[in-house]
Design a protein around this ligand. Structure first.
Ligand SMILES: NC(=O)c1ccc[n+]([C@@H]2O[C@H](COP(=O)([O-])OP(=O)(O)OC[C@H]3O[C@@H](n4cnc5c(N)ncnc54)[C@H](OP(=O)(O)O)[C@@H]3O)[C@@H](O)[C@H]2O)c1
Length: 260
């Protein structure tokens, strides 16, 4: 049974793994036996994250680059391909949000969000797929959001980017499936991480969100690790083009903060 979840001997990349959800995904993949390349922009925090995993006996390496820089994306996958001769798992986790009412929204914000949340993952998928198709096996996992399946106000660029990433996931599932490479999305709901610092500071916000979630609480970052490890493993062999929402039931239910 445990064999189908084993990632022994596999090479994985997790973007945005210096903290938050990505760190927990990297930790889970490494615990299942993979050598994991952690990426992010900030080299110090990234090196520290990789060092912490190595102290736990895990195989973790840091690779700092900016996802918004196309050449850096191409270079990163080329470097891993040259060093390892293979790439089995790519987790496109890094992402940014920007709060802007539509009337105040700028194209600079739009381009920054799209460059990080869609173009970067697209380039990494494209380059990773070359290595995966050559060996007839691979797992592309894009990290979306509840905002990949529903919309909300004042974060138009983010919602558009996460819907775009969902569409890309389905397109790649169709194109790469016949060649042994699956592409799926894990879509988190609300988790306590840095990306939510601004909204967590708003009085009553955390409680208000919890009231809409059947599990009655925000997620803990550790709760995404096992899900992504499953998606990266052979246990998910017949799953392709799927959006797996991990949100405590937020988007699958209709919970109102009033008695029925
Ligand atoms: N937390 C939630 O509630 C939630 C909900 C739905 C979806 N998500 C999605 O889950 C993913 C992870 O979110 P999180 O909450 O863990 O965010 P986080 O705590 O803010 O961490 C983001 C990570 O991405 C890296 N990153 C940001 N911009 C980057 C860039 N241009 N190039 C390379 N790395 C970059 C950050 O490192 P540097 O800043 O050093 O680059 C950091 O490692 C995101 O795609 C987010 O949209 C999160």
């Amino acid at each position: 049974m445990t064999e189908m979840f084993s990632l022994n001997g596999q090479i994985a990349v997790v973007t945005g793994a210096s903290r938050g959800l990505g760190y927990e995904m990297a930790r889970a993949l490494a615990q299942c036996g993979a050598r994991v390349y952690l990426t992010a922009r900030g080299a110090d925090q990234l090196e520290q994250a990789a060092a912490t995993l190595r102290e736990q006996g895990l195989d973790a390496r840091a690779m700092a680059f900016d996802l918004a820089d196309p050449d850096a994306c191409l270079g990163a996958i080329a470097e891993i391909g040259a060093a390892e001769g293979r790439l089995d798992i790519l987790v496109n986790n890094a992402g940014i949000n920007a709060w802007e009412p539509l009337a105040e929204a700028s194209t600079v914000t739009w381009d920054r969000v799209m460059g990080t949340n869609v173009r970067g993952p697209y380039l990494l998928c494209r380059e990773a797929a070359r290595l995966m198709v050559a060996r007839g096996y691979g797992r592309l996992i894009n990290i979306g959001s509840a905002m990949s399946v529903v919309g909300r106000e004042k974060i138009t660029a983010y919602v558009a980017s996460k819907h775009g990433l969902a569409g890309m996931t389905r397109a790649l599932a169709a194109e790469l499936g016949p060649r042994g490479v699956t592409c799926n999305m894990m879509a988190p709901g609300y988790f306590r991480t840095d990306i939510n610092t601004a909204i967590l500071a708003r009085p009553g916000y955390e409680r208000g969100v919890s009231a809409r979630i059947p599990l009655g609480r925000w997620g803990n970052p550790e709760e995404v690790g096992g899900v992504v490890a499953f998606m990266a493993s052979r246990a998910s062999s017949y799953m392709n083009g799927h959006i797996l929402v991990v949100d405590g039931g937020l988007t699958e239910t209709f919970v109102l903060p009033v008695d029925a």
